[in-house]
Design a protein around this ligand. Structure first.
Ligand code: ARG
Length: 246
């Protein structure tokens, strides 16, 4: 066997090669995060991330395969090869960026407040929540949790596995507020009108990006070109309007 043949055999195929060979784009997400990814009554996954993933798979000429994963295990799922990409509204931040690569952001959001209505005249900004008299809920491992630890450290913090459980705490008054991405809070507050109120104006800056394994410039190049094309030709706007304008 020649050296050339050997090195060809050993060459790290990379994510794009894996996708081509398997004929599948396996996308990790964590359903329940409105309007990015939800499980419909018929069991199908729907939402902004799902539609973008389906479009990406179509452009790649492969099948879109949804991989629903618990949020606190989503980076390990990528790193151990359970999916090719995380398309899950993941906030690009330095800590995560030490472990994964992010494509250019596909949307920018920030943290908002879902509030129990009994506080609506007292709490006018996130700063008002930074007191031991308040209990704040968030989803485990999210940037909302990080914002609470960083900016609301005087309040009590309760972590929940799912965003629905965290939001229900605000409805039933066991928590005074929930901190989460603005689009989710906006939809949840509209659905629970009367039982909750919201301070939507984001108090953090959070670009969301698709994450892939480190050391793979080829997939990043694909993702950034896909994003630019999709934004330029109207596909992004069409999908955005479908999920964000109601
Ligand atoms: N943007 C927030 C974060 O990165 C929340 C994302 C939650 N995504 C989900 N699919 N549940 O922590």
């Amino acid at each position: 066997t020649s050296f050339l043949a050997l090195s060809a055999g050993f060459a790290n195929a990379g994510t794009l090669d894996d996708i081509s060979k398997s004929g599948e784009l396996r996308a990790c997400f964590d359903a329940g995060y409105m309007p990015f990814e939800m499980k419909a009554k018929n069991g199908k996954f729907i939402g902004f991330d799902i539609d973008l993933g389906k479009l990406m798979a179509k452009k790649m000429g492969v099948k879109y395969v949804p991989v629903n994963t618990a949020w606190d295990g989503i980076i390990p799922a990528l790193l151990t090869g359970k999916c090719d990409i995380i398309m899950a509204g993941m906030t690009v931040n330095a800590k995560r960026n030490m472990r994964v690569n992010f494509a250019d952001p596909y949307i920018v959001v920030g943290q908002s407040i879902l509030l129990n209505p009994k506080h609506k005249d007292k709490v006018l900004s996130y700063k008002d929540l930074n007191s031991p008299e308040y209990t704040i809920a968030a989803k485990l491992g999210t940037s909302g949790e990080q914002a609470i630890k960083r900016m609301l450290s005087k309040a009590s913090y309760n972590a929940f596995e799912t965003q629905t459980d965290a939001a229900l705490e605000v409805v039933n008054g066991k928590a005074d507020a929930m901190i989460y991405d603005m689009p989710y809070i906006s939809i949840y507050a509209a659905q629970s009108e009367g039982k909750t109120t919201a301070i939507l104006e984001p108090f953090t800056y959070e670009p969301l990006g698709w994450a892939v394994k480190q050391g793979d410039p080829d997939i990043l190049n694909f993702l950034n070109n896909f994003l630019r094309q999709t934004k330029g030709d109207g596909d992004y706007q069409r999908i955005y309007d479908k999920w964000f304008k109601s």
